[in-house]
Write a new protein. Sequence first.
Length: 255
Amino acid sequence: MFLNNVTRMKKVLFLNNGYPTTFNPQYTTYAQTIANCLRKAGCDVDLLVIRYNRKMTLLYKLIKYIIYWFRALFVNLKNYDVVYVNHLPFVWPILLNRGLKEKRVYMHWHGEELVSKTWFIRTTLVFIRTKLHLYKHIVPSYYFKRKLIDILNISSELIEVSPSGGVDTDLFAPYNEFKDKNTFVIGFSGALTTNKGADVLLELIKTKKDIEGAIDKIIDSFEGLLDKFYQEKELDISTDISAMEVLMKQDGLTE
């Protein structure tokens, strides 16, 4: 596990553009899980996150982001050993913080930031690309490692692949009713959005005549269900922690 052999507690500043609240307890629970795992590994973790305590209207989100960006720009990093950044395009002002160059920084890319076609993310990636060669990066697959290299020209040596999360076989297990050999079952674990491949799934169903009529059931376990599961079970994302351990050993922060 990450930081099992540290000689002293590491002070970590954890950034994410979302965090669960009592008003919206299922929102971005993955961030809470990662932060809790860092604490269990012996780190002293402070949060710099956005919390939504009411309905998320466009104006409300805009105000929250503006306040958050100012906080990221001016936060005092003097007392931190590590800065852990999630979803960088939404947390980009941290790159302009004067204290960042003196810190160990880990950029955790969750995937959608590298394939999104929104003008905001595309523009932000152009703006920040020259500032990323100083830091270590974590991606969820080799596909996104190639994306990171192609889009942002990051050296392969700076990137660690770490599949996020996992599957609880007690929760996601075959049902007897699905064992009919004439029934073709697809389990789609995630939100039915194009950046998660839902368009590929639907196109396959639409165009493949040989399986037409054979697909009787599609199990779509949406992000909300997974987030609830992560929150209640506190799924151990040991792969992320292992990746961080490798990177921090390289930086001399662990023995």
